[in-house]
Design a protein around this ligand. Structure first.
Ligand code: FA5
Length: 342
């Protein structure tokens, strides 16, 4: 007959084998419930104790408790091992595969206005020009009066103005920089001021209420229209990298005398006529002239001693011509499809 000791050895072996065979935390939990749970085998044996004759109860109780402790210890030890194995397996699964193709990174692009501005800045810096930045919210003095446009002058109506509550205005052109630079720099000097300007006007394919200009100015004892034209042609050839067709005609601006308008053969339609050039084949791009003595005076200089030339490039239109953009409103549309092309 098999003794109780034999039976306990069998049970212990069976329980420990069960524990050792558990490969995952979930398996181990099942094994634990099967042996030590409320309806587990050890628990069931412990419940049977009360039915034993009192003289057997103590020895049997000790054996069962020993079995219980041994199984508990084995479960705990196996638990640590399973945890380690599972962590190792997870690490192996998650180890990055460096041979997999990467996720493409979509790089940002410069706006065409930025690209062309940077090119112009680079070109003029190499020709010895300062590059200055002046305020967009401007006073009436710098935007108009200092430029020989007094309050009752009809030229004020040429550029419809956004006025600010404090009496200032959003500059309608970059020309305020002419007077400001004369006050800021010691003559002789050359400078450009690229920037954004604002006009309260209806928009169409070549007119925006918010657009960009680049003002150029040179102040010296003697300046010439020839030098001014040379600078402007260097600008156009630098931006287009080829000969472009232009025409020069007289133009009127109160702050220059004489004044000119330099037009560019429309590149959108190659001169055939389109909404950008208003079917004329030409685009108004570069007004210019010799700085009026009253403006030299407003800049704090003596017009008997100093002369100057200035131009006011329509930068937004130049960008349109360079990239054949057929509507100026694309430029500030915020539509990323535009920028992604450059
Ligand atoms: C002026 O703004 C003068 N300050 C230019 C100047 C400077 C003349 C120095 C003489 C000496 P005008 O209003 O023509 O001039 O504008 C200059 C250029 O800006 C135009 O030739 C055109 O290319 C561009 N432009 C004018 N209005 C708009 C508009 N609404 N949208 C886009 N571009 C415009």
């Amino acid at each position: 007959m098999k003794g109780i000791g034999y039976e306990m050895d069998e049970l212990t072996r069976e329980a420990l084998a069960d524990v050792a065979a558990a490969g995952t935390a979930a398996d181990l939990k099942e094994v634990e419930v099967r042996w030590l749970g409320k309806k587990g085998r050890v628990t069931a044996l412990l419940k049977e104790l009360s039915a034993l004759p009192p003289e057997d109860r103590k020895a049997r109780g000790q054996q069962l408790n020993a079995l219980k402790r041994e199984v508990e210890a084995a479960v705990e030890a196996r638990g640590r091992e399973v945890e380690r194995l599972e962590a190792e397996a997870a690490a192996a699964r998650e180890r990055p595969d460096v041979t997999l193709p990467g996720t493409p990174v979509r790089a940002g692009r410069l706006h065409p206005l930025t690209i062309v501005t940077e090119e112009i800045v680079d070109l003029f810096e190499r020709m010895g020009f300062h590059v200055l930045d002046y305020p967009e919210a401007e006073s009436e003095f710098f935007n108009f009066d200092g430029l020989n446009i007094p309050g009752d002058h009809p030229a004020r109506d040429m550029q419809d103005t956004f006025y600010l509550a404090d009496g200032n205005l959003m500059r309608t052109h970059t020309s305020p920089g002419q007077v400001r630079s004369m006050r800021d720099l010691d003559p002789p000097y050359r400078a450009i001021f690229p920037g954004r300007v604002y006009r309260c006007e209806a928009t169409d394919a070549s007119h925006e209420h918010t657009f960009y200009q680049v003002e150029g100015i040179m102040i010296d004892r003697h300046v010439s229209v020839a030098h001014m034209l040379h600078s402007m042609m260097s600008l156009l050839e630098g931006v287009f990298r080829r000969k472009v067709e232009v025409r020069l005609r007289p133009g009127y601006f109160p702050f220059v005398e004489p004044g000119f308008e330099l037009d560019l053969r429309c590149t959108v339609c190659e001169g055939a006529g389109c909404p950008v050039c208003k079917r004329s084949g030409w685009v108004e791009l570069l007004p210019c002239g010799l700085v009026h003595p009253n403006v030299i005076r407003a800049g704090g200089l003596d017009p008997g001693e100093w002369e100057g030339w200035a131009f006011g490039l329509g930068l937004s239109r130049l960008v349109m011509m360079r990239y054949r953009i057929d509507d100026i409103r694309w430029l500030l549309s915020g539509d990323l499809r535009l920028v992604r092309q450059f």
